[in-house]
Design a protein around this ligand. Structure first.
Ligand SMILES: Cc1cc2nc3c(=O)[nH]c(=O)nc-3n(C[C@H](O)[C@H](O)[C@H](O)COP(=O)(O)OP(=O)(O)OC[C@H]3O[C@@H](n4cnc5c(N)ncnc54)[C@H](O)[C@@H]3O)c2cc1C
Length: 443
């Protein structure tokens, strides 16, 4: 029963909120629906259920809302998006509207310039630039042609070998999809909606996502350990008590589902379990590096890329410099190399990112360096990776994952975000769409 959920948790949410929105003060004592997770998908589902007049409560394991959308300011004294930072395909992206209405500063990142270094760490010549541009075109064509032809195969099997191919593969595979090209599905690539135009947000995209919480009944610090959907309705066990409801909507990552941190009774059907395994979590390891105000001759918002040997795809740290005028660059490391490096520890990650920067921009960067952080999505038990990436040949798993069970156990979240899967707007869309279907099917 929701009555068993401690009111303290809700009040903790209110007290901690600070600049964050205040949640509704009391969850309903006998909700029709329990939503698990207060990330973009869970809160969007709440917004939809509220609109439909369905009573619900959102239970969240962490002591804050937002999940993988989170802006923190305590490390650097300025906002850092440790999860999502781009409002991709901003013209049709719901967070453009939330950002504008909320008075946030949206900075157009479509027009940002690039800084490129050659293999020796020298600024790229015109010929190098031309080779880099050619590689972007050729890699995109190869993947798109395969995807358009309906081929759900590994991107590595079609990618052209040419100068800068490994560099482009690092951006596209390891950093964008969180996986290397042998694990990137050409069909998934082809199905992805355009990420242009795009905005970054001075106050943080995570801060925009947190505004979704306003007026929603959210219980923090309430990890769900079990969901029993064997009888009439569902029983959801949390660290703060058990809630009985008619239906339940699960929005945790496929990493959390695969880890088995939530026990289902009866067990999830085999097809659903296989779908979870077929959408493993990729990793984008973000490494924000704070400097003392020096700009190291790199313009604000610039992408910073350097060429790597062609047999080293994915082994790189590329940066976005001084986003929105802040005094940090954020490094991006992803895929297999990201997992390996993270396993060596926080300091190893920061040292690697700084050394890669120094090798290219020069040792004076070291003098101006203040500190760095390696974000913990890899081993954070509430995510266990950055976002889901369907294995090549397994695109159908996305639909299987989204299928409701027994008309009362529903699934939503970034992996089920359609054209915008893996993205925060995809998570939001999936939450709203699923909640709408759930409300319609409620007895
Ligand atoms: C490093 C990084 C960079 C990214 N960059 C971008 C970007 O630039 N643009 C973009 O659009 N997207 C980006 N994304 C993706 C985007 O952040 C996610 O797709 C989106 O935030 C996921 O939302 P969600 O609601 O599906 O999942 P989540 O945000 O993970 O929400 C699920 C919630 O469930 C909670 N939870 C987990 N287990 C339990 C449990 N047992 N009981 C209760 N609650 C539980 C979690 O704490 C979490 O709050 C990025 C993600 C990462 C990690």
């Amino acid at each position: 029963m929701a009555a068993q959920i401690s009111r303290r948790a809700v009040l903790a949410g209110l007290a901690m909120a600070g600049s964050r929105p205040a949640f509704a003060s009391t969850p309903p004592s006998n909700p029709d629906v329990v939503i698990i997770g207060a990330g973009a998908a869970g809160m969007a589902a709440g917004i939809e259920l509220k609109k439909q007049g369905v009573s619900f409560v959102i239970v969240e394991a962490a002591d804050r809302v937002g999940g993988r959308a989170y802006t923190e300011s305590h490390s650097f004294g300025q906002p850092v998006d440790i999860g999502c930072s781009w409002i991709s395909g901003s013209d049709g992206n719901v967070f453009t509207g939330y950002g504008r209405r909320g008075g946030f500063t949206l900075v157009n990142h479509t027009t940002a310039g690039s800084t490129l270094f050659d293999l020796d760490g020298n600024p790229a010549s015109d010929a190098e630039w031309a080779a880099y541009d050619r590689a972007w075109g050729a890699v995109d064509r190869a993947l798109s042609n395969a995807g358009r032809a309906g081929k759900d195969i590994a991107a590595s099997s079609v990618v052209p070998e040419m100068p800068y191919s490994a560099t482009v593969q690092s951006w596209v595979g390891a950093m964008d999809y969180g996986v290397d090209f042998d694990q990137l599905s050409t069909a998934d690539y082809w199905n992805s909606g355009s990420d242009q135009p795009s905005f970054i947000v001075k106050e943080g995209l995570g801060a925009i996502v947190a505004t979704l919480a306003e007026g929603l009944p959210i219980v923090l610090n309430a990890p769900v350990t079990a969901i029993d959907y064997s009888g009439p309705g569902v029983r959801v066990e949390t660290a703060q008590g058990t809630i009985a409801a008619k239906a339940c909507l699960v929005t945790v990552s496929t990493g959390v589902l695969a880890a088995g941190s939530i026990a289902f009774t009866p067990s999830l059907p085999l097809a659903k379990q296989e779908a979870v395994q077929d959408i493993p979590m990729g990793l984008l390891l973000k490494v924000p590096l704070l400097f003392d105000g020096a700009r190291l001759d790199i313009p604000e918002n610039n992408w910073v890329t350097y060429r790597i040997p062609e047999d080293q795809a994915g082994r790189a740290c590329y940066f976005v410099a001084w986003p929105c005028g802040h005094d940090y660059l954020f490094g991006n490391i992803g895929g297999r190399f990201g997992w390996e490096l993270y396993a060596e520890g926080h300091d190893a990650v920061v040292d690697y990112a700084l050394e890669e920067l120094v090798r290219n921009v020069g040792s004076h960067a070291r003098k101006h360096f203040v500190k760095g952080i390696a974000i913990d999505w890899a081993d954070n038990p509430l995510t266990l990776g950055a976002y889901g990436a369907p294995r090549p040949g397994k695109l159908a798993a996305l639909d299987i994952l989204a299928e409701p069970l027994a008309d009362k156990l529903y699934f939503a979240g970034e992996a089920m975000g359609g054209d915008y899967s893996a993205l925060v707007n995809g998570a939001y869309n999936s939450g709203r769409k699923t909640a709408k279907a759930l409300a319609k099917a409620l007895p």
